[in-house]
Design a protein. Structure first.
Length: 373
């Protein structure tokens, strides 16, 4: 498709709109839409939050009486089933839309392909696959969850240039500057769950919420602690705020029942899973979180936890923040720990690397899979 193709230009507008709903629509995808009549955008919309009107309905509503014979651009194939809201195909036909251009087909096997075919049978011209790669890129968690049942896993760390997240004394405040930390909170606000190990809780007593400035609405992720023996202190910030924002502690089968009872009384959800010599098995954890509705998971650490996810082969993306600092201390805390590699050919590979400057720091982002979902 040529870059001058007007369908591409309008779809890119829809893509930008879609990202306004990031973090608010899960387990549904982010979707944007624009209505164009006579080459002019007459209506814009996006899926704002779970249970709310879909992007197509919002764009059609914004267009008002200008929808007859217009073109609707939407990043996801219009739905043709009843969920939280009526099917979008119904709204499209009632609005008199003459042509529909969509980006990605719906990967959900329960609805895939239905919307476009219904519109075609009703006499609407339909074109699919416009900017399909970009449309799939913004919905990787949704695609993975509906096709595998597992959450999309992002490994996040903040380190010095030589790969340390703390000094030999455990000091880690702060590795990166304020702009990088602010962006990390943006990422938190866009995922369903955030995972740390009990070591991080005992060392840092984190809150793990998304703390953002401004008026934009956001939500906190479910805060998840891997704690085989239920050592999390009752006075920790996580336990004390469990009634405000969900906290799940994942433990092994032999964790003391008395500690589980105390945590439950404080509002903490306790999840018992099989544990091996190295702790909770990542595969079992992801299966359980998927069953509990988690579509995207941010793994924040520490090094052993990140290493276990990397070794599992089940992580999808890396977000590595680097500060312009060199610790030069062999006793520092490494950002990742795992099985030693004897040869460079045995290294894990990252793909599609992007680098972004954040104040004095920079963010390295990439996939751990050669191809996206």
């Amino acid at each position: 498709m040529a870059l001058s193709d007007p369908d591409i230009l309008f779809m890119k507008q829809a893509l930008r709109l879609a990202m306004r709903g990031a973090g608010m629509t899960s387990p549904n995808p982010v979707v944007g839409a624009v209505v164009v009549n006579g080459g002019v955008v007459v209506g814009k919309g996006y899926h704002r939050e779970l249970g709310g009107a879909h992007a197509e309905v919002n764009a059609i509503g914004a267009a008002g009486s200008s929808t007859h014979g217009a073109v609707l651009y939407v990043t996801l194939e219009p739905c043709n089933h009843y969920g939280h809201t009526p099917p979008c195909t119904k709204a499209i036909l009632e609005a008199g839309i003459g042509r529909v251009v969509y980006g990605m087909g719906d990967p959900n096997p329960e609805v895939a392909g239905g919307g476009g075919e219904v519109l075609r049978r009703a006499g609407v011209e339909v074109r699919g696959g416009v900017c399909v790669s970009e449309c799939r890129a913004i919905n990787q968690p949704f695609i993975k969850k509906v096709t595998t049942g597992l959450p999309y896993v992002i490994l996040k760390s903040a380190a010095t240039l030589d790969g340390f997240i703390a000094t030999s004394t455990g000091d880690s405040k702060w590795v990166t500057g304020e702009p990088a930390r602010e962006f990390a909170h943006v990422i938190r606000s866009r995922v369903d769950g955030i995972v740390v190990g009990i070591g991080t809780v005992l060392a840092d007593d984190p809150l793990l919420t998304a703390r953002l400035s401004g008026k934009k609405k956001w939500r906190d992720p479910v805060r998840i602690v891997l704690d085989t023996e239920l050592r999390i202190p009752p006075a920790s910030k996580l336990v004390r705020t469990a009634s405000d924002s969900p906290v799940w502690v994942v433990c092994g089968p032999k964790a003391p029942a008395s500690r589980e009872k105390a945590l439950a009384e404080a509002g903490v959800g306790v999840v018992r899973l099989a544990a091996g010599a190295k702790g909770i098995e990542v595969a079992r954890l992801l299966e359980e979180l998927g069953r509990r509705g988690i579509s995207s998971l941010l793994v924040e650490g520490g090094g052993q936890v990140l290493g276990s996810f990397l070794e599992s082969g089940l992580a999808d993306e890396i977000l590595f923040f680097y500060a312009p600092k060199i610790l030069g201390d062999s006793g520092g805390v490494s950002m990742l720990s795992g099985a030693p590699r004897q040869k460079m050919i045995d290294c894990f590979r990252a793909h599609d690397i992007h680098i972004r400057k954040l104040g004095e720091d920079f963010l390295l982002r990439g996939r751990l899979r050669e191809r996206p979902y």
